[in-house]
Structure formats: C-alpha cells, structure tokens
Design a protein around this ligand. Structure first.
Ligand SMILES: Cc1cc2nc3c(=O)[nH]c(=O)nc-3n(C[C@H](O)[C@H](O)[C@H](O)COP(=O)(O)OP(=O)(O)OC[C@H]3O[C@@H](n4cnc5c(N)ncnc54)[C@H](O)[C@@H]3O)c2cc1C
Length: 448
C-alpha cells in the first residue's frame, strides 16, 4: 500500500492531504499540536471567529475522509522522540512537509534576553491559547514597542490596545526600518486600531522623516499619507482615543537596556537613511545617529524562518529546495540535498515550510494543493512500498513514548469543549493545556 505522509496540519498540510486523499491515496498526517489548523487556529486574530470556524469546518471535512488518518500531539524533530528517519522507517511513498516556519528571525541585539522581550509568533500563540505558550509569561506593560509594520504587527497592536485581558497599555509605538510609504499592513487591518493614532503626533513624525524620504523621491506629506494609509485621520472631525498608537519610521532597534529587575526599560534605535536601489526599491542604511525610547515591552514582528531542528536540509534561505518552475527566483516544492543539488526522492515542502511568512491562509491552501500534485505525480511512478497502516503507526509512535491523538479523539475533545462553551454561555471554549485536552479525551472515551 502506497501511503503518503504529511507533516503539519495547518492549511497547507490539510489541503495537501485532501488533494492526495481525493486521488485515492491513504494519507497520514503528523501534527505537533493536538488540534489541526496551525496558524489558522493559533495565529489568526481571536475575534475573526467567522473565518476560523469556516476553515475549522473544512478541516473537519478533510479529517472525515476515510483514507485520511491523523496523529496530533506528535512533534517531529532532530531533538524529539520522532525523527525524519523514524518516519522513513514507516515506508511512506512520499512525505509532504507542511510544518510552517517555526523559527523566529532574530536581530541578535545586545540585551535581547531581557524580560518583556518577545517574538511575535510566540506572543500570538499565547493569546490564541496554544500550549505551552498559553501558560507562559507574555505580560505587557504600559509602554509597548512593536518592531515591524506588517499585518502581524498590527494584530499585536490591536491586542494590547483593545483586547488583552488586564491590559495596562498607555502607549504602543510601531517601529519601521524604512519610511511611511513602505508599510506592509493592509488597509482592513489598520482600520481596527487607527482610532488610537494622534493626527498631530503622526504629522510630526512624518515631518521628522520627510527630508530623508524626499531624497528617494518619496512624498510623505501628511494629507497624502492620511488619504493612502490612515483614512480616518483625513476626516477633519477625527479625534484620537487612548491608549496612544504612534509610529517611528526610519529606525532600527540597536540595543535593549534592562532595569534592575532585568525587564526592558529602554530601547536604543539607530536612525536610518533611505537609499534608492537600481531596481527602484529602497534600502535602509544606518546614518550613525541614535535615540532612546522608554519602553517596558518589546515584540519583534519581523517574520519567521525555518526551524533547522525539523531535520530537513537547510539552504541559504531556509529549507533547501529546487527552484520554482513558474518563479525561477523562488524556492520550489522538491527538497534537495544542498551539497549535491540533487532531489531527495519523495520529499516535498508546502506553505510556509516552502516560503516562510508568505501570504494568507488561502495562499497556503493553494501551495499545499500544488505540492500535493507534485507528490502524486512522483508516487504514481515510484516503486511499490508497504506503508504501515494506522494501527501499526500508532503502535510505533507509542513505542517512541508518544501519545498520539487520532481524529476520533479529536471528535471527543470537540464534544467536551462544545459542552463547556454551552454551560458557560460563551460562543466557544478551548483548553489551553495539552494535559487538560488529553484528560478530557480520556474521560470522554470512558464515558461513551
Ligand atoms: C499572527 C498571524 C495572523 C494571521 N492572520 C491571518 C488572517 O487574518 N487571515 C489569513 O488568511 N491569514 C492569516 N495569517 C496567515 C496564515 O495563518 C498562514 O498563511 C497559514 O497558516 C500558513 O499555513 P501553513 O500550513 O503553511 O503553516 P502553519 O499554519 O504554521 O501550520 C504548520 C503546522 O505544522 C505543525 N508543526 C510545526 N512543527 C512541527 C513539527 N516539528 N512536527 C510536526 N508538526 C509540526 C504545526 O502544529 C501546525 O499545525 C496570519 C498569520 C499570523 C502569523
């Protein structure tokens, strides 16, 4: 029996699994988290419930396919009980790695180990209730700095300005290494927090960087910027509401200074000039000047990178792959040995495991489907193999000391969580500890 393995159950993995199951193959999904969904479940902003529940339903439909098998609570990695070699020893005809981008980009700044300094993904995992992050300290203080100007930075600003329980936020400053015309957030996302931006303060910041941007032919005058990126501010009647949200452009963090308790107290930032490149884009270059900002919390939202501990060979830009046939400068779907440049037969990547931090859930879905098509094409012509069946795989995982959660277990867990939500009269409830989920499954197994 030619079975295909998928590592990771985010949108890329789940839709890859669907495609391969529809082609008639038995598909076995190995997922770090107990629940499927990846960043859809544990990254997308908590109140985007409609989007999350729509995708949850689609994931449930994938799991309901009789030839899709699921093992949650199973983390694969060189430092884990389950390694790539263990998967290989179960004789899959191919493996699609859709494990996302679990490493955080680091700037290597002095003082980075101070308390109150977090990576964005860990922070959003925590507020989305992913174990073990949900039980770790991600406390925020009065003055929060967020580095990065993408949608993730704006999600985090929204959380600390509007939704975090017990928040004491007085101000949030979003720090961008380049100028105001190069912000990466979507119009829809900034609308959730725009009301916290002071028109005078933003105008003063635009004036501060105006001349440096003009050298690259960028007009960052306030009326133009308000029209393009901060629509509410263009309305003469607009009045900002506290807490305060401000922006600091042309600035890169250069050092973190802690107080006597070891918590961040000040952030040193290097001032940048903008330099126009031959292709018309710009780069930020430090101009030798520095300033200091008083902050007690710092969150880096500068993107994720591939985790080398997964055990896939690493290339210069993440997991080593061929090049994309359609976009020759981008990573392709086939994993290669970087030393020889030759393909590793039957190993494919999909979603953020192919291109870290790229695109929305719909893009990851499409990427999973393209990767699945490549895997199917490979498996059709691959030699016959005797992939272990579900029972044998569970036994193998248990022999490694793991406690896999199957799709039947997930249904039981869903039932318990729904019952708790009903009892508490809340739209949804989810456990934030693996032990609680495993216990709920066990109790429900005994009950039915
Ligand atoms: C903060 C944030 C907010 C976002 N908001 C939106 C939004 O509003 N709308 C939108 O469309 N998109 C949003 N996105 C983007 C979207 O979530 C991603 O495009 C998508 O989830 C990427 O899918 P993926 O399957 O490649 O990876 P992921 O979703 O990261 O899934 C990876 C899966 O691999 C598993 N895994 C990881 N390591 C291992 C391992 N070692 N062994 C086994 N399994 C492993 C994980 O448990 C997870 O299930 C957001 C992303 C972030 C970070």
């Amino acid at each position: 029996m030619k079975g295909i393995f998928v590592v990771g159950a985010g949108p890329a993995g789940m839709f890859a699994a669907r495609q391969m199951a529809l082609a008639g193959y038995d598909v076995f999904i190995f997922n770090r988290d107990i629940k499927p969904g990846g960043l859809v479940e544990y990254g997308i902003y908590p109140v985007k419930e409609k989007m999350k529940s729509g995708l949850r339903k689609q994931f449930a439909q994938v799991l309901a396919m009789p030839n899709v098998h699921y093992f949650g609570n199973v983390q694969m990695g060189e430092d884990r009980a389950l390694k790539i070699q263990d998967l290989q020893a179960m004789h899959p005809a191919a493996i699609v790695f859709a494990c996302g981008a679990q490493g955080a980009k680091k700037l290597g700044l002095p003082g980075s180990d101070a308390k109150g300094v977090y990576a964005a993904k860990d922070f959003v995992y925590a507020y989305n209730q992913l174990p073990p992050y949900a039980s770790m300290d991600f406390s925020t203080g009065k003055r929060v700095a967020i580095v990065g100007v993408g949608n993730v930075a704006i999600d985090i600003a929204r959380w600390v300005l509007e939704d975090a329980p017990n928040r004491v936020t007085e101000s949030v400053v979003v720090i961008a290494r380049r100028g105001p015309l190069e912000v990466k957030f979507d119009e829809k996302e900034i609308e959730y927090v725009e009301q916290h931006v002071s028109r005078d303060e933003l105008s003063a910041e635009l004036e501060r960087v105006r001349e440096r941007c003009a050298r690259c032919n960028q007009d960052v005058s306030a009326p133009k910027l308000f029209q393009e990126h901060f629509r509410k501010l263009a309305n003469p009647e607009y009045v900002a509401v506290p807490p305060r949200l401000s922006f600091r452009f042309l600035s890169s963090p250069s050092a973190i200074l802690a107080d006597a308790n070891g918590r961040i107290a000040r952030l040193q930032v290097a001032e940048n000039d903008l330099v126009l490149k031959a292709d018309g884009s710009t780069s930020a270059v430090a101009n030798g000047q520095h300033s200091e900002l008083e902050v007690d919390t710092l969150i880096f939202a500068i993107g994720d990178e591939h985790d080398p501990k997964i055990g896939l060979p690493m290339g210069p830009h993440g997991y080593a792959t061929d090049t994309d046939a359609v976009h020759p400068n981008e990573p392709g779907y086939q994993v290669v040995d970087p030393k020889t440049g030759t393909a590793i037969p039957g190993w494919f990547v999909a979603g953020w495991a192919r291109k870290a931090s790229t695109g929305l859930a719909g893009i990851a879905r499409h990427d999973g489907e393209v990767s699945a098509a490549r895997a199917i094409e490979y498996v059709k012509n691959a030699p016959e193999t005797q992939t272990l069946n579900e029972r044998e795989i569970v036994a193998r995982l248990e022999s490694l000391g793991l406690q896999p959660v199957t799709k039947e277990d997930l249904s039981l867990l869903g039932r318990v969580e729904d019952a708790i939500a009903q009892e508490r009269k809340v739209p949804s409830f989810k456990f934030s500890k693996n032990e609680e989920m495993l216990q709920a499954i066990e109790e429900e197994q005994m009950r039915v």
